[in-house]
Design a protein around this ligand. Structure first.
Ligand SMILES: Cc1ncc(C[n+]2csc(CCOP(=O)(O)OP(=O)(O)O)c2C)c(N)n1
Length: 750
């Protein structure tokens, strides 16, 4: 903490700094470290950044581009930051104001203008994202979203990836994937520091002593909200000073030399592996929040004039002039050269082809690895006694971790014991459902570890690690508590590949215990909601109902190249009816292949009936009988549908039960084949009826198979209520075999 105290002594509250070159007197001392050429290059980048904003604003006014947000007022601290960091060596999670940083790192004005016009050649996103959402793979600038705080946790995950690569010797070419002194830079506005993910990120970085450099660019406003209405006490650096090991500095970010000093110290601290650092830089925002905002509506003229006096470019050029480093002629020549460069870049960008309309659907999923393909259809080699779903998932995790040393497993309580030494005495926790039991003991603390109780951090850190090609297989302890992570799932994990035009991706597996029927689970341990995630393009969803399917689908989830939500039904974890022999360490089930649990076996060529070689469930095969009704179902409703079907059989109604096994993608071919055969269909699921995934299937059947239907498509699902604690209420709320039976009878008799 000695560094911290020293840094505090250097605090210059930017808002009180007099706007003269004399205020850069510390700079005169520092300037000795930079040659005249270097100082002029600094000036050039700062001015280039500002003029590029101006050029974009001009183009926006001409309706040639569609969005503009500026980095004006932030240039000094950002060029200083970039000078202390190494593109392609360090990693960067920059804020949308970071134009000057990205220019200094090596992005070009053309790169930026290609993004502004939405060109196919835009290296950040190939026309998928608004401009100023920086990304360039060769510089290690990771594609950013528009959510103001999510990048923090991903940066922490990226830093953890470097640490894991340095420690897990078994990873092939691991040493080529990190640098021993690398720094992960992440920046955000002072407004964004109000987000919980900022605090989760700082906590994780300090807890794990990670090489993260946080830069808070405080321009005093988050759109129209002044900092004193945003942050308790109006000073974020004051609030973070008690984090152990965190180097904190607070500076005037419009003073280039003060900024350079602070960034050099902070970067050196992180590079030396002393811990994370945070620099709080007070800057100005002279161009309103964006072109959609007019700050004159909420800033007084006096305040705007005071800000203008602190303009970093004016201050730096005054320094260059008064120190004799440059004449007015030198500066004018630089400005003229920049204008030429920008005009050329703008012309090139305006002429650049836009992405073809028929490419709109590309890169939602991996274009290279298809988990529905035959490559993921491998035979089972059953071994041992019938095991529960918990047992087969645990064995699959163990085998996959041996198969791929890049796999890291983390979440709440998933380790055997956080205090490693206690493992000599105790058998270990291994998850609240014991699904991960023994993994830490087998594979060590670097690959299997408990996290803080912070779901967004579990996913966000996973995204950062997966971006650097680790394979996180994380656990969210209960589906009911996944919601803090929703922004990371919906805006980040699902979209990283799409928004970066396939430049970055984050293939990872999110294991989530889901569902009810626990007799006492109550509203917060019984939730379903797979349809919510099915509504997020970019995520795949597996939902096994048997022990063997769980093993096969989990292996496919891990080996495919997309983010997968792997939904494990808590009630199905330890049933006897869905037990099966562990199908071996290479068994995989392709996504999007339903399986018939009951019904005639000769439905249609090419349509999966019973999974070959999988002896887990002896299906209720009824040869040569065309079923009266087919039930399309998944998860816990598979068994309930089977029970109902057997009962219906006694009434003379034959019923097929089709288990979808994956929700995204789902096996439309099998559904269609069975509907065409039975002409009567029920969609049954545990989730609430309203907007449950059954609504999607029912609508599609009605839309595409109407002429094959002899009865309306009927749905069975939970009441539109939370799941109550009292078992009688739970029974009334969640769909029971009797509800399915009623639907069978009504559908058969229609
Ligand atoms: C999570 C989230 N909430 C709201 C927004 C809309 N929004 C965009 S920028 C912004 C203000 C951000 O302020 P600050 O972090 O201080 O950065 P500044 O724009 O001032 O540089 C808001 C509210 C968003 N992008 N993301």
């Amino acid at each position: 903490m000695a560094e911290m105290k020293g840094a505090v002594a250097n605090v210059a509250n930017g808002r009180d700094v007099p706007p003269s070159a004399a205020s850069q007197s510390s700079g005169l001392r520092e300037a000795g470290n930079l040659s005249r050429e270097q100082l002029l290059a600094v000036y050039r980048t700062m001015l280039l950044s500002r003029k590029l904003d101006d050029k974009e604003i001009q183009l926006k006014h001409q309706s040639q581009i569609f969005f503009q947000i500026s980095g004006a007022g932030h240039e000094a601290i950002l060029v200083a930051a970039a000078l202390t960091l190494k593109p392609g060596h360090d990693w960067f999670y920059p804020y949308y104001r970071d134009r000057a940083l990205c220019l200094q790192l090596g992005m070009t004005p053309l790169d930026m203008l290609l993004a502004a016009v939405g060109a196919q050649a835009d290296p950040s996103s190939h026309g998928r994202q608004m401009p100023s959402h920086w990304g360039r793979a060769d510089l290690n600038i990771v594609s950013q979203s528009s959510a103001t705080c999510t990048q923090v946790l991903q940066a922490v995950g990226a830093a953890e990836a470097g640490v894991i690569y340095s420690r897990v010797a078994a990873i092939p070419d691991g040493e080529a994937r990190f640098k021993s002194d690398e720094v992960v830079y992440v920046s955000l506005g002072e407004g964004a520091t109000s987000g919980g993910e900022f605090w989760e990120g700082i906590n994780a970085a300090c807890l794990r002593h990670l090489p993260v450099l946080f830069l808070v660019e405080d321009n005093g406003y988050a759109i129209s909200v002044p900092v004193e209405f945003q942050t308790a006490g109006g000073d974020i650096s004051r609030l973070v000073r008690s984090f152990p090991g965190l180097h904190v500095d607070s500076i005037d970010g419009t003073d280039f030399f003060g900024s350079l000093r602070a960034m050099r110290e902070a970067t050196a601290y992180v590079r030396a592996r002393k811990g994370p650092a945070l620099v709080h830089a007070r800057v100005i925002r002279p161009y309103s929040h964006s072109l959609s905002d007019d700050e004159k509506l909420y800033k007084t003229p006096a305040e705007r004039e005071a800000e203008a006096r602190r303009d970093p470019i004016a201050r730096f050029s005054e320094f260059l002039r008064t120190s004799g480093m440059a004449t007015d002629t030198d500066l004018s020549a630089i400005a003229a050269e920049i204008e030429r460069e920008l005009n050329e870049a703008a012309n090139a960008a305006l002429e650049a082809p836009k992405p073809a309309k028929d490419t709109a659907g590309l890169w939602v999923y991996s274009p290279d690895v298809d988990p529905t393909s035959a490559a993921f259809d491998t035979p089972a080699r059953p071994e041992g006694k019938p095991d529960t779903m918990v047992g087969t998932i645990n064995r699959t995790l163990k085998d996959e971790m041996a198969h791929d040393p890049r796999i890291v497993v983390f979440g709440e309580d998933i380790a055997d014991a956080s205090r490693r030494e206690t493992l000599n005495v105790v058998s270990g926790k291994g998850g609240v459902f014991k699904v991960t039991h023994g993994l830490q003991r087998l594979y060590g603390d670097d690959r299997v570890f408990n996290t803080s109780l912070a779901e967004a951090a579990i996913i966000g850190r996973g995204v950062g690690m997966a971006t650097r090609r680790l394979k996180p297989v994380v656990e969210i302890q209960f589906f009911d508590y996944i919601w803090p992570a929703m922004m990371q799932i919906r805006d980040e994990m699902s979209m990283l590949r799409y928004r970066s035009g396939n430049t970055f991706s984050c293939p990872m597996v999110v294991r989530v215990p889901i569902g009810g029927y626990l007799r006492g689970g109550g509203p917060y341990h019984s939730q379903s909601g797979e349809s919510i995630f099915a509504h997020c393009p970019g995520i795949r969803i597996a939902y096994p109902s048997t022990a063997v399917d769980a093993a096969g689908l989990l292996r496919t989830s891990i080996r495919c190249d997309d983010p997968v939500m792997f939904l494990e039904h808590k009630h199905l974890y330890r049933q006897t009816y869905n037990k099966g022999e562990y199908p071996g360490k290479d068994f995989m089930i392709p996504f999007g292949k339903a399986v018939l649990r009951r019904g005639a076996t000769d439905v249609a060529p090419g349509v999966t009936n019973v999974a070959p070689g999988v002896p887990d469930v002896v299906p209720d095969v009824v040869p040569d009988i065309v079923p009266d009704v087919v039930i399309v179902t998944w998860g816990a409703l598979v068994q309930r549908s089977l029970v109902a079907a057997r009962q219906a059989e006694k009434d003379g109604i034959s019923v097929a039960v089709l288990d979808l096994r994956t929700i995204v993608p789902y096996d439309w071919e099998a559904i269609a084949a069975h509907v065409k055969r039975s002409n009567r269909v029920i969609v049954a699921h545990e989730d609430q009826l309203l907007c449950g995934f059954g609504a999607e299937i029912a609508a599609r059947i009605a839309g595409e198979l109407f002429e094959y239907l002899d009865a309306p498509v009927r749905r069975v699902g939970a009441l539109n209520t939370p799941v109550a604690y009292c078992p009688d209420l739970e029974e009334a709320i969640l769909p029971q075999p009797s509800d399915v039976l009623k639907a069978i009878r009504e559908t058969a008799r229609y």
